[in-house]
Design a protein around this ligand. Structure first.
Ligand SMILES: *[C@@H]1O[C@H](CO)[C@@H](O)[C@H](O)[C@H]1NC(C)=O
Ligand SMILES: *[C@@H]1O[C@H](CO)[C@@H](O)[C@H](O)[C@H]1NC(C)=O
Ligand SMILES: *[C@@H]1O[C@H](CO)[C@@H](O)[C@H](O)[C@H]1NC(C)=O
Ligand SMILES: *[C@@H]1O[C@H](CO)[C@@H](O)[C@H](O)[C@H]1NC(C)=O
Ligand SMILES: *[C@@H]1O[C@H](CO)[C@@H](O)[C@H](O)[C@H]1NC(C)=O
Ligand SMILES: *[C@@H]1O[C@H](CO)[C@@H](O)[C@H](O)[C@H]1NC(C)=O
Ligand SMILES: *[C@@H]1O[C@H](CO)[C@@H](O)[C@H](O)[C@H]1NC(C)=O
Ligand SMILES: *[C@@H]1O[C@H](CO)[C@@H](O)[C@H](O)[C@H]1NC(C)=O
Ligand SMILES: [Fe+2]
Length: 533
């Protein structure tokens, strides 16, 4: 790497240093909108990792565990361990494995002591079936989910998973539990990524993320991109462009196994919390959808009272996270909304001052791609999130980075959330580059809704500089910073009022941030709704 190049990077980027001197704070805003010009030297095509790459090949035998991952339950004392045993099948005459054949056992203990505790969970298989001539069916290996309970806060544990009766136990893995929930207690670093896929750019994102040592990872939808493939393993960077005549949107489910294998190194020791994106829809026979998503990941759904894999909540130290589903009913009479009302009402801001919400398609994005696509969801849910004083919203879907000024109902508002889009994880689809406010790039309103979200709500603005129009004619005031580049973000909540957010581009050195801001809460100026503690 040339030193000139390094020097240039240091000049054009922000070093995240102790004390964060010079890093702006949201209370000094709203800020004038910034668009970072496209870095043309990093425009290379994102290429999928092929099935021949050792990163994605099966390295275990028989019923030995693979694709091991962790996710959190609702509080520090409980964690989910997930893994897969046995081989998937794809083709004709596939025969689902019997999930009862292999036990779901985790042996664990505190680091430095003996592995003397055991938890038993459940197992399942899922199939992806296509009742169409020439298409191949898939059935998964046995997927295991085990919930560990009674864990101490902020403590390093060691564990092995598998079936001891088959001599099929994994190596020892390690994880640290979240700190106890309280206003002075936070995980050090939470990584936020979206729209990862499984390309060589994804590995760059994940490498950068791993070097930042997150305690927890949020994946805001669109994981494997298995739906860029036909069932015969042929793929394209644009499914609808290349395969416009298929009887159903096909997928190649082995890509999920490849994804699970590649991610294992990181997520067998760092918990990952996933919420569904449109690439997880994966329609199949009998109108089933989201089956791989709902089967492969463990979610604290029962624990958080939702009973749905599509929306749930959990605490990580003094932060309450709400994960919302954009591709199921979000309207006021639906189950999700009612659950959200109950969940928000039960949050005690004395214990978890920070309230963070995530879902896949952004409400506030200024890119042409997916512009105002989730407007019906915004109209339905924004008031509720605002009323309860949500501090930060993370989204993906748009393949670029953007951070908003505090905004509510398209109006700058010091008590509105900061919206951050990080759909730039490195998947093989096009990066979002075009802005809706550039001449000639405002989409025709009728083309903007997403079929899977339903409705049309994106009417022309009635006030502000864009009144009477569908798009602004310059970067909108609610957009503080935008850049089209691959990367990931890190949230470091410092105390009740200050959180440092930084965004890290794949083309930069690890300790450099392309964007950094202190997100500052003002509980006195913007009092959150009081709830029964
Ligand atoms: C994606 O990775 C390739 C190398 O595999 C690189 O040349 C290219 O610039 C990357 N693309 C972006 C947008 O970072
Ligand atoms: C796949 O499963 C569907 C639904 O059960 C069935 O109709 C179809 O014939 C199967 N295809 C193959 C290739 O086995
Ligand atoms: C897969 O199917 C598509 C569409 O029928 C075809 O164009 C392609 O050649 C097939 N690929 C393989 C590897 O059979
Ligand atoms: C699947 O959905 C389609 C269109 O919504 C409907 O026509 C069809 O009857 C459904 N099939 C099943 C098996 O429910
Ligand atoms: C809201 O969602 C429910 C459940 O999905 C549905 O029955 C109802 O028609 C929807 N209402 C509106 C106004 O869209
Ligand atoms: C949001 O703004 C629109 C347009 O200015 C207005 O019609 C609507 O009443 C506002 N909604 C709320 C809840 O303030
Ligand atoms: C909405 O705004 C667009 C331009 O952004 C304009 O072409 C269109 O006529 C407007 N529609 C209405 C109903 O005012
Ligand atoms: C919270 O953290 C920020 C940033 O580290 C610091 O400037 C501020 O003084 C802290 N506030 C309190 C009340 O500790
Ligand atoms: Fe998406």
């Amino acid at each position: 790497m040339g030193s000139i190049w390094v020097t240039l990077l240091f000049i054009s980027s922000i070093m995240v240093v102790d004390g964060g001197v010079g890093i702006p704070r949201t209370i000094d805003g709203p800020f004038k909108p910034v668009t970072v010009p496209l870095d043309k030297s990093f425009r290379g095509h994102a290429v999928d990792i092929p099935d021949t790459d050792p990163l994605v090949q099966r390295t275990v035998q028989g019923f030995q565990p693979e694709q091991i991952s962790l996710s959190l339950s609702t509080s520090h004392d409980s964690v989910w361990v997930s893994w897969i045993t046995g081989e998937f099948q794809i083709g004709e005459n596939i025969e689902p494995l019997d999930p009862e054949k292999v036990a779901s056992i985790v042996k664990y203990g505190r680091f430095g002591r003996s592995i003397n505790r055991q938890a038993v969970g459940y197992s399942l298989v899922y199939s992806q079936l296509y009742p169409f001539e020439g298409l191949q069916n898939y059935t998964s290996g046995i997927i295991h989910h085990v919930r560990l309970t009674g864990l101490r806060a902020n403590t390093l544990y060691q564990y092995q998973c598998g079936d001891p009766s088959l001599s099929a136990m994994s190596d020892i893995h390690y994880f640290r539990t979240m700190p106890v929930s309280g206003p002075k207690s936070y995980p050090s670093r939470i990584a936020v990524v979206g729209d990862l896929g499984l390309t060589y750019n994804t590995t760059s994102t994940v490498d950068h993320m791993a070097i930042n040592h997150p305690d927890l990872i949020l994946l805001v939808g669109d994981a494997s991109y298995a739906n860029m493939y036909l069932t015969n393993g042929t793929s394209s960077d644009c499914y609808s462009c290349s395969f416009s005549n298929t009887p159903i949107h096909e997928t190649y489910q082995p890509r999920w196994d490849y994804w699970g294998r590649y991610m294992e190194t990181l997520i067998s020791s760092v918990p990952i919390m996933v919420v569904e994106g449109n690439h997880e829809i994966e329609a199949q026979a009998e109108n089933k959808t989201f089956v791989a998503y709902s089967s492969r990941f463990a979610f604290p759904s029962e624990e958080s009272g939702s009973s749905s894999t599509f929306y749930y909540s959990f605490n990580a130290g003094g932060i309450h996270f709400i994960m919302l589903g954009a591709y199921i009913s979000y309207n006021k009479s639906g189950d999700q909304y009612k659950w959200l009302e109950r969940d928000l009402a039960s949050v005690d801001r004395e214990v978890t001052p920070w309230l963070v919400a995530t879902w896949h398609p952004p409400w506030y994005s200024t890119y042409k791609s997916h512009y105002r696509e989730a407007e019906c969801m915004r109209v339905e849910m924004e008031d509720l999130l605002y009323t309860y004083g949500v501090d930060i919203v993370f989204n993906g879907h748009v393949h670029a980075y953007e951070r908003s000024n505090r905004v509510y109902n398209y109006t700058l508002d010091p008590c509105g959330p900061v919206y951050i889009t990080v759909g730039d994880g490195g998947n093989r689809e096009k990066m979002a580059i075009t802005h809706a406010d550039e001449p000639g790039n405002c989409p025709e309103p009728s083309t903007t809704p997403d079929d899977f979200m339903g409705g049309f709500c994106a009417f022309n603005f009635t006030s502000g500089p864009a009144a009477g129009k569908f798009c602004w004619d310059q970067q909108p005031d609610y957009s503080a910073f935008r850049e089209s580049s691959f990367g990931h973000g890190i949230l470091e909540v410092k105390n009740e009022t200050h959180a440092l957010w930084s965004w890290h581009r794949n083309q930069d050195m690890y300790d450099i941030a392309g964007d950094a801001i202190y997100i500052v809460r003002q509980p006195d100026k913007c009092p959150p709704v009081k709830t029964e503690g």
